[in-house]
Design a protein around this ligand. Structure first.
Ligand SMILES: *Cc1c(COP(=O)(O)O)cnc(C)c1O
Length: 229
């Protein structure tokens, strides 16, 4: 068995175990394999092991990889920071965008979504770590952006995403993920039909699943340690 095959199996087992501990069905947690920095061949290898959803955080790298793998049925997720002048290739090539954090980007993604494709599935990124992180809207501000996205016909608001600062403290991990779940519950109470909580990475996805994650974004535990940029 290749290491990617073994790693995928181990990650799927960890997901199952955490879901069981949370009293949830394991298939309620979708695994997004984060393939950033890894070549298309590694993606194809993971695809051959049954993995179907992949995440990229850089536009050019992602679009190139997508172009090399059009023969495979893959759901592509954009999970990185978005400059408003890079929205068109994202809208044209990805099915999901997890990292929408401002109106201008939402409007431009909507504008650029090709008519022959279904609406782009999006999440609003929320900053659940306070000062330590500058990405995402502040908790409590997501409703304003949700209202704007709901008015954009080529976007479909699916939920919220967060990238908490790394910590080995399990209690703190769960507290931050709980903040995102609370934010989603507030939006649900305000009438938004949301089904997605994108939270949890290689080192903390069990805590995220215990707090309700429906998508975990896992890179290192599947593909190995990335080279430092
Ligand atoms: C890189 C990245 C991940 C995966 O991180 P790992 O620690 O390698 O699992 C998840 N989400 C986002 C937004 C990322 O940029």
């Amino acid at each position: 068995m290749t290491s990617i095959a073994a790693n995928l199996q181990a990650v799927r087992r960890r997901i199952e175990r955490a879901a069981r501990e949370a009293g949830r069905a394991p298939d309620g947690v979708q695994l997004i394999a984060v393939s950033k920095t890894w070549p298309a061949e590694r993606v194809a290898e993971a695809h051959a092991c049954g993995q179907r959803a992949f995440g990229e955080n850089q536009v050019q790298e992602g679009v190139e990889k997508i172009g090399r793998l059009t023969h495979l049925a893959i759901e592509w997720h954009f999970i990185g920071p978005i400059q408003s002048n890079k929205t068109r290739p994202i809208s044209e090539h990805f099915q999901w965008v997890h990292s929408v954090e401002r109106e201008k980007v939402a409007v431009r993604l909507d504008d650029a979504r090709p008519a022959h494709l279904p609406p782009l599935d999006v999440c609003i990124q929320v900053n659940v770590s306070g000062e330590g992180s500058k990405s995402g809207v502040e908790p409590g501000q997501e409703a304003e952006l949700a209202r704007i996205i709901a008015g954009l016909p080529r976007l479909r608001l699916r939920g919220l995403m967060a990238i908490p600062e790394p910590t080995a403290d399990r209690r703190l991990q769960r507290q931050r993920f709980a903040l995102l779940r609370d934010a989603k519950d507030r939006l649900a109470a305000a009438g938004y039909a949301l089904d997605t909580l994108s939270m949890g990475m290689s080192d903390d996805f069990e805590a995220a699943i215990l707090e309700g994650a429906t998508m975990v974004r896992v890179g290192t535990a599947i593909f190995g340690q990335r080279q430092k940029a």
